[in-house]
Structure formats: C-alpha cells, structure tokens
Design a binder for this molecule. Structure first.
Ligand SMILES: *Cc1c(COP(=O)(O)O)cnc(C)c1O
Length: 391
C-alpha cells in the first residue's frame, strides 16, 4: 500500500496538459499549445557555451550541496543589484529549480497542524507541496475586478494561531498580474504583526510590461527580510527550464535546514548547470529585452482579441507570460466548467490550455503566450469559432 500523502495530491495538471498537447502534435495533429509554462526561446548561446566549457574542463563531480561559491556570489550580487537585498553565503541555497527550492522550504518549515495561506488563484504546486508536508493549505480568494490582489483585510481574516506562512507570487502565474508597492507594504504590515513567514516566489520578476515595477517584500526593511524566504530561478528569465536551477535568499536558519534536507535528497544541483547559471547571472543580459519585446507584442494582441469575443473578458496582465480570461460567460449548455471548456477547445479547436480549476478558480482559463504570434493568431481564430458554436 502506498503512503497516505500520495493520495492527497494529483500530478501537476499544467504538466499533464502540456504532455497531452505534445502527444497530439507528435501524432501529426495541428495543435496550438497554449498550455506551456516555459519560454519558447532557446537558452542564449553564451550560457550554453559556459556549460560546454565546464563539461570539457571535467567539471563533472559533486559540488557543495547548496551550490558552488561563484554561483552563490553571483546570486548575492543579483539580490543586491536588483532588489537592494544584502545576503551572506549562509543565506543562499541553490536547488534543482525553483520548484525544488519551494519544496525544500516546505520541508524545512511545515508540519502537522501548520496552516499555510495561499491566495487563489494560485500556482498549482503550492497547495500540493503543503499537503505533501502534512500541513494544511488555507485559500484566500482574490477577485478579477480587484486585479487578483490579496488585500490586507482578507489576509488578516485568514490568519489563526496555527498560521505558519503566506505564499506570495508576483508577478503571478496564472493571472499575469503584478503587486504594486503599496499592496505589498500592506501585506507586510499584517504579516509582521502576526509574525508569520512570507515565502515570496519571484520567478517572473524580470517579465514586466507597461509601467509595472517588481517589489520584493523582503526589501521593505530588516524585520520583514528576517521573515521572508525569497525564491527565484533562471527558468523563466533566461529560458532555462530544462537546466533545473532555482535559488533562495532567506534567514540563515531556514537556509541551513533546507541545505540539510537537500543533502539527504538530491545533493547538489547539476555541476555543469551551475556553471551555466554563473554565466547567466554575470554575462550579457540583452537576451531578456529581445524576449520581452516579443512577449509584449503577443500580450497586447492576444488580450485585445480575447476581449473582442462576446462571451469572454480578460484583465490586461502586466507580468509573466499568461493571460487569464474569465470564461464563466460561456458556461451553461454544452460546457459547464473550465475543465469541460478546456477539453472542448482541445477537441474542437485543437488548442491546448489549462482550466482555471487547476489554479483554484473555475471561472477562468489560463492561456500561455509563450508561443509564436502565428500560432496565437491561428488559435484565437479557432477559439472564436468554437465558442460561436456553443453560445
Ligand atoms: C515556473 C514556475 C516555478 C518553477 O520554476 P523552476 O523551473 O522549477 O525553476 C515556480 N513558481 C512559479 C509561479 C512558476 O510559474
């Protein structure tokens, strides 16, 4: 018999949808994959070269568990330059992707009886990781007409004497929205007053549009920094999803506990991926602007088209590479939920996307625009036609 914890969670629905779309494509079907959670750009050449060089130089052995010193130092410099945060090497740990960083945090901090507050809609792995560590996720609903912001009153209302932490994600997957400084400050005030940790997932920090600004909650003062575990990584900013490099800056005792957990599970992240990560953080950064310019074009086009469809509405996202349209106007006849809609669109329009219920809100679907503008145009046309048939 399998362990009880396995029954509490499902496989990642976003990865499942992505796999299904790739499978249909492999069978020769003309599927547009709107389900992907990764940039469609290739990893920049200079980063690949650094990995090749590391391989040739025989940098192929175990490294220190929490990451090689040049990488820790590059991360320290990144936090200083981008976020105004000062960390020492004892406050940094590199893991096998930001998802692994988050899992290590859950192992280090959560246990039976602990409650962890998760604003919904949320990234799929937050509740699963809380459950896998015997703690209880507590969801706080956020609303489309409030740009999906967690408000301080709502946070306060969810806090009990069992609350251990809040998981914050800005810019957000799935909504594509970014918290403003004032909203972050209000959350910090409540978190500090109640002495709870904030786990701040900042993986989309660099993917901002219009005049959006990224504010790390840890940067709001020493007190808040001491209670914040900042999660970041290279998957989204440097198109390095397959390399598996994520990292954390946080209180030394939490990082030490995470390092202990990692030393007994994966050991170090891959040696040559770490060498590539040093280049990613310290080498030229012009790749980012190229990617952003393209994402921005697609974002405006896609959201404009979605809002022109009579049964849909979509808040203009200002971060990440997702649009999160409200699809509840479509529900009624043939299609009554986000999963039914996703299945219908896959069958009828050959467009793969992820239903909102995977993110805790059935009134929406998530569309990733990390795919070519030609594909977006094709998919938008097909979605429009398919929706026309059921409304
Ligand atoms: C992609 C993603 C991650 C994890 O990325 P890794 O590839 O594991 O580094 C973490 N959080 C959010 C919100 C993401 O979308």
């Amino acid at each position: 018999m399998l362990a009880d914890r396995v029954r509490r969670v499902k496989p990642s629905p976003t990865l499942a949808m992505d796999a299904k779309a790739k499978e249909m494509k492999a069978r020769g079907e003309d599927v547009v994959n709107f389900g992907v959670g990764e940039p469609d750009f290739d990893t920049p050449e200079n980063i690949k070269e650094a990995a090749v060089k590391a391989l040739r130089d025989g940098f192929t052995k175990y490294t220190p568990v929490g990451g090689i010193l040049p990488l820790k130092d590059a991360i320290i410099e990144k936090f200083r330059a981008d976020n105004g945060l000062e960390y020492s090497r004892e406050e940094i740990i590199v893991s096998c992707g930001a998802k692994h960083s988050l899992y290590n945090i859950a192992q280090a901090l959560f246990g039976p009886g602990d409650e962890v507050i998760i604003p919904s809609p949320y990234w799929v792995s937050y509740p699963a990781q809380v459950l896998l560590n015997d703690a209880t996720p507590v969801f706080v609903k956020t609303f489309e007409d409030d740009s999906f912001m967690l408000r301080p009153e709502a946070l306060e209302g969810a806090i009990t004497d069992k609350t251990k932490a809040l998981i914050l994600n800005s810019p957000s997957n799935p909504t594509g929205l970014t918290y403003e400084r004032k909203a972050i400050e209000a959350i910090a005030e409540v978190a500090l007053r109640h002495g709870i940790y904030v786990i701040s997932d900042e993986i989309y920090e660099k993917l901002l549009y219009d005049d959006a600004e990224h504010v790390s909650i840890a940067s709001l003062g020493k007190e808040m920094k001491d209670k914040t575990v900042v999660v970041n990584g290279l998957s989204k900013s440097h198109a390095m999803t397959g390399w598996r490099i994520g990292y954390v800056g946080g209180p030394a005792d939490v990082v030490k506990a995470m390092t202990k957990v990692q030393s007994q599970s994966t050991s170090n992240p891959t040696s040559i991926a770490q060498a590539a990560a040093v280049e990613a953080l310290t080498g030229p950064q012009d790749f980012l602007q190229t990617m952003l310019t393209e994402f921005d074009k697609r974002r405006k086009y896609l959201v404009g088209e979605l809002n022109s469809m009579p049964s849909l509405s979509c808040v203009m996202p200002n971060g990440a590479f997702y649009a999160f349209p409200n699809t509840s106007g479509v529900y009624g006849g043939k299609v009554r939920s986000s999963s039914e809609l996703a299945l219908y669109l896959l069958d009828e329009a050959k467009v793969a996307l992820v239903p909102g219920d995977a993110f805790g809100d059935d009134d929406f679907i998530r569309i990733s625009y990390a795919t070519s503008i030609e594909d977006i145009k094709k998919a938008v046309e097909r979605i429009n036609q398919a929706l026309g048939k059921i409304s």
